[in-house]
Design a protein around this ligand. Structure first.
Ligand SMILES: [Zn+2]
Length: 189
C-alpha cells in the first residue's frame, strides 16, 4: 500500500489544518522510509508470493513490528516537536502509527510484535492483499476521500482568507491525480 497512505495524510490535513501537508505525507510513509536502508542492508526483506500488486510477504521485522512502529513514531513526533508544538508532534506520531494500522489490513501475517520477531510470537496481518481488487478499492477510496475532504477544507480556508478556491481545487486535484497514478502504477506492476 502506497497510495492509500497518502490519501490518509490528505484526510488528516483536512482536520488538522495547521500541520503542513508535507509533514503529514512524510509521517504517513515514515516506517517505509526507515525500511529502505534496512532493506538495502539486508536486515529486512521482501518475498514474492505471486506476481503483481500485493503479491508480497514483507519481512520488515524491525520497522513494522509493533514495538518498532511505536518507537519510530515517537521518534518522528519528537523530531517535529520544536517545529509544530505538542499537538502537531502528536498528530505526526499518530499518522506515522496509522501506517502500521493500514498495513495491518492489507499485509499477510508478516508483522511481528517485537523487533526482529523476538520470541517468535505470532505475526499480524489481515491479508487483504489476497484479494487484490478489494485492496485496491480500499486504497482508491482512501485517495478519493482524502482528496475530497482536503478540497472541502482548503476551499473553506481560502474563503475565510478572501481568496478564490482555485488554488485549493488545483491542489486537491493534484493529490487525487497523484494518488490514482501511484495506485495505478502499483496495481499494474
Ligand atoms: Zn509499510
Amino acid at each position: 500500500m502506497i497510495a492509500g497512505h497518502f490519501g490518509f495524510a490528505a484526510l488528516v490535513k483536512s482536520r488538522e489544518k495547521s500541520t503542513p501537508l508535507w509533514a503529514l505525507m512524510l509521517a504517513t510513509v515514515w516506517l517505509d522510509i526507515v525500511f529502505t536502508p534496512l532493506f538495502v542492508a539486508h536486515r529486512e526483506s521482501v518475498q514474492t508470493v505471486r506476481e503483481g500488486y500485493g503479491g508480497l510477504i514483507i519481512h520488515a521485522d524491525y520497522t513494522h513490528s509493533i514495538v518498532g512502529m511505536l518507537a519510530l513514531s515517537a521518534a518522528l513526533g519528537a523530531i517535529f516537536l520544536p517545529r509544530l508544538g505538542r499537538r502537531g508532534a502528536l498528530v505526526i506520531a499518530l499518522v506515522s502509527a496509522s501506517h502500521w494500522v493500514l498495513d495491518l489490513v492489507v499485509h499477510r501475517p508478516d508483522m511481528p510484535v517485537l523487533p526482529g520477531n523476538f520470541g517468535n510470537l505470532p505475526c499480524l496481518g489481515l491479508g487483504l492483499w489476497n484479494f487484490p481488487r478489494a485492496a485496491a478499492c480500499v486504497e482508491l477510496v482512501l485517495v478519493l476521500a482524502g482528496a475530497a475532504l482536503y478540497w472541502r477544507a482548503a476551499v473553506e480556508v481560502s474563503a475565510q482568507a478572501g481568496r478564490t478556491g482555485t488554488l485549493a481545487t488545483l491542489s486537491a486535484g493534484m493529490i487525487a491525480a497523484f494518488g490514482v497514478l501511484v495506485l495505478f502504477l502499483d496495481y499494474t506492476s
